[in-house]
Design a protein. Sequence first.
Length: 80
Amino acid sequence: MGNLYEYFSAPDDEAALRTFAAGPAAVGLQPLDVKGIDPYLLIGAAEALLTGKTFDDVAAQSRFNHLLSDPGPTARGSSR
């Protein structure tokens, strides 16, 4: 059994947090269907490939894997 993640793009942190209760599709945001992609390892590598940056540069960004809510079973985070 592994973790399943749901990824979407929101205009800002407040909009992202409002999205979690209903889910991205319910508020008109298109989720990215990559549920098995780990946010700490693979999203950073994907961003590096898409932007031409190194993984180290991506991971050094202050908002890389930044939590938007308190840690716990329903913690919410941001990859940027």
